[in-house]
Design a protein around this ligand. Structure first.
Ligand code: ADE
Length: 838
């Protein structure tokens, strides 16, 4: 129902000598002042007091409804009243196409009577016997109204009236108005509707709910779908779970996760809840991040975990629990087998189930890291190999220059030799199931390999091979969120057959394009369509058969990582930042495993969803460099984002996963500095020269030593020494599992050089004033000078507390000043290539 209320105080055009008065002394039940118009001249005969509203535009109304709330005293309750006392008043209206001027004469005869209004009941009796004046509500229908608007009038003929509110509305289903006031009524929020006149609230559709604190203006929401992409990692003491947020958040942002743990006996006994010895970090329930570490398992037991997604309306109505599943989307269980032989038969497997194996070696020297994971699906119950059902043979071989296996396993740990793993299935054809993994940057053969769309003679064939064609009628474009090289980027919704709508980002190709532009535009979809990883932006499909040509991808609520971090400077814990880095490394590990080199990895090309999950985006090779505002022409004519690019790629275009690793180190630096520009305002040429001389970015303020060390490893000149993404994912997982490893910050260990000999020279030109100008902090010149810091020498020993003390109160500015002091003083750290291994 649509309601619009006109009763704004003061209501104008009261007739000469009329006796209506505006009072604001009354309070409502919430102690807010109520404006009432009152009149009470019950002792005097021949009363004729008029109160008139302002002109009310009819809008789309045919008939209007007038709801009056008022009190009317009954004449018997007023002592000494004479027969002049009345207990009614008149409601009238007058149609007009436009408002009359302020000085226009008031003609009561123009007004048509709607009704005489009487009170239902003037007084009610309280439990204590007091008589309380009762608020009456009366509604009258008026119309049809033909003119563009109308006035309402209230004629008092000698009653004692307090008019509390007048609401004027017309009926328009699906609308509501939550608050009184001269505002338009609103369409019911999504998943709700109104059924009665003058609704102040819309009711939720079946299956949708409002949490107790949700305002009536908010859409009705529902419980989320289960978490997705549940993955796990096991080491000797801990199980590390990670998952992606539900694809359907139910329309809410307050998603949390609960992890439940069941311990199952090996002998088929029913599973029991895990006892309290099993520890969860940070905790088992109410998780807001998408990972958890579980520790302190009992040996020789099977555990089953369920990850449940919840939001503010979970548990309302008869909503069901939304539990993550890794295979059948129900549960994940793991168990381990130890053997001294290089093979193991795993029995008791269920039919039609996906199993994931990984293997590691153990010697006196400790454990090796795990092999990559192998996925293996058992056949169904009726398969030919019924006799072998439920068994798999895992064969492990390791070779280092032809030594025997025993020696090799020992050497493997000590000298990191080459290792090959085989897994062989007895259930399905053995050859088909054999997979092999080799260390190094060779694509992982267990995964499909990336195919360069340019190798297709007909590029549109590549698009159709890797991307679904979407019927444009399924896409609803809502708003423009950015501009790309080829056209606008919009947000909107995609209807997926058999499912509900999902939010999407839509890249469009603007009209008037050349065939080459179309091909370049769609190249990104041909690339993205080959990827399937929770840390890579997902392609939903393309529109190529109608105009505009579009690429539709999943929507990432927080946009690009660099601007997101700048907007939330200082807001996250180190663990949250490391979680983001871990996600990016994991996405990059996937890309390098399938042989894709990104070439433009930078925080601006990472997208962030509303659960802080980071996903790598912006694929397109040649396009990357055209589109990226950071890309600059090199002396060899290439266009390259210099600050993010490895020296060998700048110098002779040697792009590889190892050059992506260099860029990843820069992304780490961007993340830990909350979106600071790498190398600040240095020119590209100076960056290239500094890097060539061996200088590297110093740690951002508050950066754990372990992370800066990892950055330095990524920035090694010799690309073969740079860590692989899988190493980095492992390393970051370890940091997350042992948060104390992140407590040592670079500033704690570096301090400033002990002696002047250790102190690098400052650039000669630097004065306090030039320096502050160069970092755009000129506004603090007086603070430095007033506090006695007149030379860069004196500034070099300032701590963050000193910076605060001289009056720099904004944390972002403190950060910028201190990191610049470090940068200047250290003149970029020389790479230390020893003493640290991932
Ligand atoms: N900008 C570009 N792509 C986007 C996406 N997928 N989600 C949100 N913002 C974007």
């Amino acid at each position: 129902m649509c309601v619009f209320v006109f009763l704004q105080a003061p209501v104008t055009s009261i007739m000469k000598e009329n006796k209506w008065r505006l009072y604001i002394t009354e309070m409502d039940e919430l102690n807010r002042p109520i404006h009432t118009f009152q009149v009470c001249h019950v002792m005097e005969p021949n009363q004729n007091n008029w109160l008139r509203t302002n002109w009310i535009p009819r809008q789309a109304a045919q008939k209007i409804y007038v709801e009056l709330r008022f009190t009317l005293r009954d004449c018997n309750s007023i002592p000494w009243v004479s027969g002049t006392c009345k207990e009614t008043f008149n409601l009238l209206y007058y149609e007009a196409d436009e408002p009359h001027g302020a000085n226009a004469h008031f003609h009561p005869n123009d007004y048509a009577k709607i009704d005489t209004i009487a009170a239902d009941e003037s007084f009610t009796q309280t439990d204590l016997g007091d008589r309380v004046l009762r608020l009456n509500t009366e509604v009258r229908e008026v119309g049809p109204i033909a003119r563009k608007g109308f006035y309402l009038a209230f004629q008092d003929v000698g009653a004692c009236i307090a008019l509390v509110s007048v609401r004027v509305y017309y009926k328009k289903p699906g609308f509501y108005k939550a608050f009184a006031g001269n505002i338009k009524c609103s369409k019911c929020p999504p998943h709700s509707s109104s059924h009665t006149e003058g609704s102040a609230l819309c009711h939720c559709e079946k299956g949708y709910y409002r949490a107790s604190k949700d305002p009536p203006t908010m859409a009705c929401t529902r419980p989320p779908s289960p978490p997705r992409n549940l993955a796990f990692n096991i080491n000797e003491t801990a199980l590390f779970f990670e998952w992606s947020p539900p694809s359907d958040t139910g329309g809410r942002k307050d998603i949390t996760y609960n992890v439940s743990c069941l311990r199952c006996g090996a002998d088929g006994q029913p599973c029991q809840p895990c006892n309290s010895n099993v520890r969860f970090m940070p905790r088992p329930v109410g998780l807001t991040s998408t990972s958890v570490v579980v520790q302190d398992f009992v040996a020789h037991a099977n555990y089953t975990f369920q990850i449940e997604a919840l939001n503010g309306v979970s548990g309302m109505g008869r909503s069901t629990r939304q539990v993550a599943n890794i295979t059948e989307q129900e549960q994940l269980s793991y168990s381990s087998t130890r053997t001294k032989s290089p093979s193991a038969i795993v029995t008791g497997l269920k039919p039609s189930t996906v199993y994931v194996f990984h293997v590691r070696a153990r010697t006196l020297a400790g454990y090796s890291s795990y092999s990559p994971k192998f996925e293996f699906a058992t056949g169904d119950e009726n398969s030919e190999e019924a006799a072998d059902q439920g068994q798999v043979l895992v064969i492990v071989t390791a070779t280092v220059g032809g030594f025997s296996l025993l020696v090799i396993l020992t050497l493997f740990l000590l000298i990191t030799g080459r290792c090959q793993w085989y897994i062989k299935s007895k259930i399905k054809s053995e050859d088909k199931k054999r997979t092999q993994y080799q260390n190094g940057h060779v694509p992982f053969p267990g995964l499909k390999t990336y195919i360069d769309p340019d190798t297709y003679e007909d590029p549109s064939q590549a698009v159709h091979e890797f991307a679904k064609e979407i019927d444009p009628s399924r896409i609803r474009i809502e708003r423009v969120i950015g501009a790309g090289e080829f056209g606008e980027v919009c947000s909107g919704r995609l209807r997926v057959p058999g499912k509900k709508e999902i939010p999407v980002a839509i890249k469009t190709l603007k009209g008037g394009y050349t065939e080459r532009q179309r091909r370049d535009f769609l190249r990104e979809a041909s690339i993205m369509g080959q990827f399937d990883n929770p840390n890579i932006i997902r392609l939903e499909g393309v529109v190529t058969k109608s105009r505009p040509v579009m690429i539709v991808v999943e929507y990432m609520e927080n946009g690009s990582l660099d601007s997101f971090l700048r907007k939330h400077d200082g807001h996250f814990t180190v663990i949250q930042l490391v979680g983001m880095l871990r996600g990016i490394a994991s996405g990059m590990m996937y890309l390098s495993d399938i042989g894709y080199v990104h070439r433009d990895l930078a925080a601006r090309n990472i997208l962030v969803d509303d659960n802080l999950v980071c996903k790598v985006s912006d694929f397109g090779l040649s396009r990357v460099l055209e589109d990226d505002p950071e890309a600059a022409y090199t002396t060899t004519g290439g266009k390259i984002p210099i600050r993010w690019t490895a020296p060998e790629a700048i110098a002779y275009r040697k792009f590889s996963s190892a050059s992506d690793t260099w860029s990843y180190g820069i992304v780490m630096w961007e993340v830990m500095s909350y979106g600071e520009r790498p190398y600040w305002e240095m020119s590209n040429q100076d960056v290239i020269l500094s890097i060539e001389e061996g200088y590297r970015l110093p740690a951002p303020m508050g950066c754990p030593v372990a992370l800066h060390q990892l950055m330095l490893l990524c920035w090694q000149k010799d690309r073969n020494r740079r860590p692989r993404f899988s190493d980095m994912v492992n390393f970051l997982d370890k940091l997350i599992r042992n948060p104390s490893s992140l407590l040592t910050l670079v500033e704690d260990v570096n301090g400033f050089p002990e002696s002047p000999e250790d102190m690098p020279d400052y650039p000669l030109f630097i004065s306090i004033s030039d320096w502050l100008d160069s970092i755009k902090m000129s506004q603090y010149k007086n603070n430095f000078i007033a506090a006695g810091y007149t030379t860069m020498d004196s500034v070099s020993s300032m701590s963050i507390d000193d910076v605060r003390r001289i009056g720099v109160s904004l944390i972002g500015h403190q950060r910028r000043i201190v990191s610049s002091i470090q940068a200047l003083r250290l003149q970029f750290l020389h790479v230390q290539q020893s003493g640290f291994h991932v």
